[in-house]
Structure formats: C-alpha cells, structure tokens
Design a protein. Sequence first.
Length: 147
Amino acid sequence: MSTPTITEKLLTAKKAKGITFADLEKLLQRDEVWIAAVFYRQASASHEEARKIVSILGLEAELAESLIECPLKGSLEQTIPTDPLIYRFYEIMQVYGMPIKAIIHEKFGDGIMSAIDFTLDIEKEEDPKGDRVKIIMSGKFLPYKKW
C-alpha cells in the first residue's frame, strides 16, 4: 500500500469518527504532532501504538503493519538550503510540515499563520544532556476569505 493511500485511509477514518489529533493524544498518550506525523508517514509507530491507532479508527488490523515501517521522510519540494542551521528548519518542515498544517486547520479552520503579524522567540534551556534550543513562534491566524 502506498503512503498516500495509507494517509488517506487514516484521515478518512478519523474524520468519520469525528475525532481530532488532540483526542488521539489523550487516547494514545503521545503528542498530537507526533500522531499526525504517523498519519502523514513522517514517523513510525510501535506495534502497540499502531494497533491502537487502527483499533480506535475502526480500520483493518493489517493496516497497522504499514504504520510500523520506517517512513520515507520529507513531503515538500526539494529546494535545499546549504547553511546547516537553516537546513534544520527545512528538515523540520519536511517531516512535520503536513502534521502542523493539519493541526492548525483542525484548531482554527481554513487559513494560514501570518508571517507579518508574527513573533518568534528563541530561548536557551539548560539540560544536563546538552543545552536545548527553544523556539516559540506566534503568528496571527488569517482565515481565507469567501466571496
């Protein structure tokens, strides 16, 4: 089964059940963005997680095997930046772009996050395993107009 077919089946079943990624977060005890990444085949689930996902969605058990496979990551066009730090943001969008988009649409509707009415904060979090970069983006939601 191809990745688009898997994603389509998962999203169709999720919609039919009337549940959100946040609902799945509560049921699976995993972050909603990670769950969306599994749906878009940008992350792989464990056997138990895959079985729970297909069970919750009422899908055939055989579909769980496809969610366990290591995915071919990256769903955006290939225009690769060369700066290593900027490349990491490209990589993040390749892996989590579609899941982020799906969750924004679930929470706000059809629209975009403004890059004009927008703030971005970078914080340093000290961690005994190695300091971490914390990036906080906040953009005004702009719904698409109907006319």
